[in-house]
Design a protein around this ligand. Structure first.
Ligand code: SF4
Ligand code: SF4
Length: 426
């Protein structure tokens, strides 16, 4: 049986809104006539273009190599012509170079009979090479940064499957486990072989724990299975590792992988497909048909929302969840490897942004999952007192956003902490 766990202190039990996206067949979006591929697929990631203006590219052709060892390569989601390079602003506010591919030519792989690769005879190095070449990122750090698995593969000892989805509206991981279980289980076995891990943890927070256990636990043989409460921010790597008792392990020894990445590993190794397509949850109270949509990377968010039946006028579109996501200013922004969900909310959900004086209610400190006193940290940063900010735990903040969410005075706590962490890490 799985063990049930949670974390202390702080956190918040939140309404999950999972009923908006119940299990149903995933819909395939039509192939986009234009794909806009961003060099930045994850915060801070960079890539160097390997194609030039006017060049014809095949489906899955390499478009860019990661600039550093821990950046991922990018492949063309469609066959076509390189029409332009231009810069856009991502929902996160980060600016990114993009390549624009206009659909042209024939598909080399889509619609063709797929041949299963027998991977069990491949060496660990060969498996890792395939995963990297097909552009699949493996995340292992305590923050959401792509991880250099090639440079640290030999250090990995523990594999952690993070299928916890406590943020409101986020259901992608649960859908993938429910509907693609065989594929992700095979991907787990691939990673176990590739990294020669000595133990595997599997954590999830299903809606109906007993039904989930009777359906899946016996098939997770050899893994340590944990169910967690629907408590935000349980899925944050640092919080999850703490809950599982793994926080004191050397960080390079832990490979933390989400179900979406497992699906991409399966596609890369077993189906010999580059990471050019992924499932994305489109949900919220202002979209007509919430659900899971399988979509090519580079598809504009506007097309994704249109495929989901469209949205109410003036709706608020958020890339990611309500706590850590970013409002989308331009619906021409493309689907990226980091896109898990697109939230389409009624305009009444827009938060009042007028900042008021602190009323010393203590709510921010009560919810902080790492024991920070957010108000004190904010004050230290407002006074540019770097040493006090470090003493108040600046580097422990996991940027979960809970303090800002509960603050009745709308003080920009998490934005300030994120900016300060960026400065101190630079
Ligand atoms: S954003 Fe940082 S300070 Fe605020 S609750 Fe989360 S961890 Fe604590
Ligand atoms: S939640 Fe906001 S108002 Fe309350 S103590 Fe924290 S910063 Fe002040």
């Amino acid at each position: 049986m799985a063990r049930v766990k949670t974390f202390k202190p702080g956190g918040l039990h939140v309404e999950t809104y999972r009923h908006l996206t119940p299990s149903s067949p995933w819909e395939h979006l039509p192939i986009p006539s234009v794909a806009v591929v961003s060099a930045v697929q994850y915060p801070g990631a960079r890539a160097e273009w390997k194609v030039s203006l006017g060049q014809r590219v095949e489906e899955e052709q390499l478009l860019a190599d990661g600039l550093r060892a821990d950046d991922v390569s990018l492949h063309s989601p469609i066959p076509g012509i390189v029409e332009a390079f231009h810069e856009i602003q991502l929902a996160s506010g980060e600016r990114s170079q993009t390549v624009v591919i206009r659909l042209d030519g024939t598909f080399q792989k889509t619609g063709k009979p797929a041949q299963r690769r027998e991977w069990t005879s491949l060496s660990p190095d060969q498996l890792i090479q395939i995963i990297g070449e097909q552009g699949v990122p493996l995340l292992a750090s305590t923050l959401d940064q792509p991880f250099s698995f090639t440079s640290a593969a030999s250090e990995v000892k523990t594999l952690v499957i993070n299928a916890v989805q406590p943020e409101p509206y986020q259901t992608l991981g649960l859908h993938i486990v429910e509907e693609k279980f065989d594929e992700i289980l095979e991907a787990v076995r691939i990673l176990e072989r590739a990294f020669a891990v000595s133990r595997t943890f599997f954590a999830a927070d299903p809606e109906d724990p007993s039904a989930w256990q009777s359906r899946f636990v016996s098939r997770l043989a050899g893994m340590q299975v944990f169910l967690t409460e629907h408590k935000y921010p349980q899925a944050q790597r640092k919080i999850l590792l703490k809950t599982l008792g793994l926080l004191t392990q050397p960080q390079g020894s832990l490979l933390v992988v989400e179900p979406g990445t497992l699906l991409a590993v399966y596609q890369a190794v077993v189906m010999d497909r580059a990471y050019i397509e992924k499932p994305v949850v489109v949900t919220g109270d202002a979209v007509v048909n919430p659900g899971v949509y399988r979509v090519r990377l580079g598809t504009p968010l506007a097309e994704l929302i249109r495929a989901a039946g469209g949205m109410k006028s003036n709706a608020l579109v958020v890339h990611g969840g309500p706590f850590r996501g970013h409002a989308v200013a331009d619906l021409a922004s493309p689907v990226m490897k980091s896109t898990q969900s697109v939230l389409v909310l009624d305009p009444r959900h827009r938060l009042e942004s007028v900042e008021l004086p602190c009323i010393h209610c203590g709510a921010c400190a009560n919810v902080c999952p790492v024991g920070i006193r957010p108000l004190h940290l904010y004050r230290a940063l407002a006074q540019s007192d770097a040493s006090d900010a470090l003493n108040e735990g600046l580097n422990s903040c996991v940027q979960c956003g809970l303090c800002a969410f509960v603050c009745p005075s709308r003080i920009p706590l998490v934005e300030t902490f994120a900016a300060a962490q960026g400065d101190s890490l630079a």
